[in-house]
Write a new protein. Structure first.
Length: 256
């Protein structure tokens, strides 16, 4: 499958994603049902896009996903690229918490809105209490929310410090947390060992989307998703303790 064919395939499935999303928004008026339908649409399209990106996903401990059938969770994951969204949506129809900066960006912002994402303003701390209330309400309504507590995507070398504020979401909603670790293991069949290799997948800092996208679709990769054991809601744990526990667990899984 050559690069031009993959590019056209990606355009086709993104167009399909938007058409399905707009139909859902027009036909499903009840907010909870609408957002659930948008999440399923994202999951459906992600499976097809991953094939065109030539990203193979393997899941370690898939049995730990079964907890989502009994109760919804706050999902906590590391974050290195826009492809993380495809990888996680392949695993389950999640709702993603992303930044208002992403929402304001051309095209990518449209994708996040059609995907049913919720938004946080990383630069305006006065809006944080209201955002936490909204996220907790979404958890209470039955959604599985994905939080990237590093605050932004990274270069994939390690997992950065977590921001603890949004862990309050699970405390208010009294919901458990499911940690998920994403690692890109190979590029073109070779183990990823250098920053040059990582930069083909990782999208961070001042990187612009279009050049990175065209470089990425020239390669193939393997992503390993490790589903850690869920952490039950504990009224005696505060957000700082949750943050420390989750960071330690994900950092250990990332470097294993």
């Amino acid at each position: 499958m050559n690069k031009a064919f993959r590019f056209l395939g990606i355009i086709f499935w993104l167009a399909d994603f938007f058409v399905r999303g707009w139909i859902i928004k027009c036909c499903v008026r009840e907010p909870v049902r609408q957002r659930l339908a948008l999440a399923r649409n994202t999951s459906y399209i992600s499976t097809r896009l991953l094939k065109l990106f030539r990203i193979k996903v393997s899941i370690t401990n898939p049995e730990n996903l079964s907890c989502l059938k009994q109760k919804n969770h706050l999902i906590v994951s590391n974050h290195v690229s826009y492809t993380d969204i495809l990888v996680l949506a392949f695993c389950h129809p999640f709702i993603f918490i992303t930044s208002t900066e992403m929402a304001a960006s051309p095209f990518l912002g449209d994708i996040t809105r059609i995907g049913g994402s919720l938004f946080t303003n990383r630069k305006k701390h006065t809006s944080l209490p209201k955002e936490i209330e909204n996220f907790a309400a979404a958890l209470s309504a039955g959604f599985n929310l994905v939080l990237f507590p590093e605050g932004t995507s990274t270069n994939g070398e390690t997992i950065r410090e977590f921001r603890k504020s949004l862990f309050q979401t699970s405390i208010i909603a009294q919901k458990p947390i499911l940690p998920i670790c994403i690692r890109y293991k190979t590029l073109d069949g070779k183990p990823i060992q250098t920053q040059v290799q990582r930069d083909i997948i990782c999208w961070y800092g001042e990187m612009t989307f279009v050049p990175h996208f065209f470089k990425l679709i020239s390669h193939s990769a393997e992503a390993e998703v490790t589903i850690l054991k869920p952490i039950p809601y504990d009224p005696d744990k505060n957000r700082a303790q949750l943050c420390e526990t989750l960071h330690a667990q994900l950092l250990s899984a990332f470097h294993t």
